[in-house]
Design a protein around this ligand. Structure first.
Ligand code: R5P
Length: 289
C-alpha cells in the first residue's frame, strides 16, 4: 500500500505512512488566481493500492472538491484500489431533513465520493455512524476514544466523571468511561433549528469536588461545551476539561469556553489546531489496513 497525504492532511498522512512503514506519494497542488484548485500526481500509481488521507476542514467546500478531484485522478491514472480516508467528514451533522426543503448534505457527499471512484471509505467519529450505511462500498467509522482514553490515563484526574453534553455523544462518553473505569453519563441538549441557540440541562450529574471531562465529537463555536461547563462549575466541579475528536474551533470558541469555566480543551489531529495534542495516526495506521 502507498499513502497519499492530501493537501489538508500532510502531517497526519506522513505520520500514518511512517507507522505503517510504507512510502508516500507526492502531489503538486496550487490555487489558480481565481481560487480554483490545481493538482498533479507526480508518482506512478498504475496498479497501486493507494490510501488517500485528506481531511475536510478548514474550508470544507474547497477540501471536498480537492478530495473528489484526487479520487477521480487516482482512478484515471490506474490505481487498483483507492482507500479514501477522511479523518474529519464535513457536513455530517446535516444528516436528515430537519426542516422541510433542507438538503441532506452528507448523503449528497457520500454519493459524490462513491461516484468519483472510491473503493473503500474510512472516517473518524462521524456525527452519526449509521449514515455510512448509505455507501455501497466498504465504509468504516473509527473511534478516536481509544487514543483519547490513552491520553487521559496519563493525566492526574480527581474522582473523574466522563460526560457527554447531549445524548448524541453518549457512546463516546461510554467508551472513554469504560476504558478509564470511571462513571459516565450525559446532559440533555436542545438546539433551536432556526436560530441555532442551544439549551443544556443537567441536573442529575453530581459534579461536586470532581474533575469532569466533557467528551464530544466536535467543538465548533464552543457553545455546547460552555453551556455544560457552566452547569458543572455551578454544581461545584473542581476542574472541567473538554475533549473532542474534531477541534474545529471557530473564532471566539476558545474564549467562550474559558469564560464559562473550562480549565483545559484537548483535541485530536483529525484537523490541524493548536490543541490537537492527541494523534489519531496510530488509529488510522491500524484501522485502514
Ligand atoms: C452536535 O450535536 C455535535 O455533537 C456538537 O455537540 C456540536 O456540533 C458542537 O457545536 P458547538 O461547539 O458550536 O456547540
Amino acid at each position: 500500500m502507498i499513502v497519499m497525504p492530501g493537501p489538508s492532511s500532510v502531517k497526519l498522512g506522513e505520520k500514518v505512512a511512517s507507522i505503517i512503514g510504507c512510502p508516500t506519494i507526492n502531489i503538486e497542488y496550487k490555487n489558480f488566481p481565481d481560487g480554483e484548485s490545481y493538482q498533479r500526481i507526480t508518482a506512478r500509481v498504475q496498479g497501486e493500492d493507494v490510501a488517500l488521507i485528506h481531511t475536510t476542514y478548514p474550508q470544507q467546500d474547497k477540501r471536498l472538491i480537492e478530495l473528489l478531484l484526487l479520487i477521480d485522478n487516482l482512478k484515471n491514472l490506474g490505481a487498483s484500489r483507492v482507500r479514501v480516508v477522511v479523518p474529519y467528514m464535513a457536513y455530517a451533522r446535516q444528516d436528515s431533513r430537519f426542516r422541510e426543503g433542507e438538503a441532506v448534505s452528507i448523503m449528497t457527499l457520500f454519493k459524490l465520493i462513491e461516484a468519483a471512484g472510491a473503493d473503500e471509505f474510512y472516517t473518524i467519529d462521524i456525527h452519526k455512524e449509521a449514515t455510512l450505511q448509505a455507501f455501497r462500498i466498504k465504509a468504516k467509522n473509527l473511534f478516536a476514544t481509544e487514543v483519547i482514553a490513552d491520553y487521559l490515563k496519563k493525566i492526574d484526574l480527581k474522582d473523574p466523571y466522563i460526560l457527554s453534553p447531549d445524548k448524541g455523544a453518549i457512546m463516546i462518553a461510554k467508551r472513554v468511561g469504560d476504558e478509564l473505569g470511571t462513571e459516565y453519563g450525559n446532559f440533555e441538549k436542545t438546539r433551536d433549528r432556526i436560530t441555532g441557540a442551544i439549551t443544556v440541562k443537567g441536573e442529575k450529574v453530581d459534579a461536586a469536588g470532581r474533575d469532569v471531562v466533557i467528551c464530544d465529537d466536535l467543538i465548533s463555536t464552543g457553545g455546547t461545551i460552555a453551556n455544560a461547563a457552566k452547569i458543572l462549575k455551578d454544581g461545584g466541579a473542581r476542574k472541567v476539561l473538554a475533549v473532542c475528536s474534531h477541534p474545529l474551533l471557530v473564532a471566539g470558541a476558545a474564549e467562550r469556553m474559558r469564560s464559562a469555566g473550562v480549565d483545559e480543551v484537548l483535541g485530536t489531529d483529525t484537523v490541524e489546531s493548536e490543541i490537537g495534542r492527541i494523534s489519531v495516526a496510530p488509529l488510522l495506521a491500524k484501522g485502514i489496513l
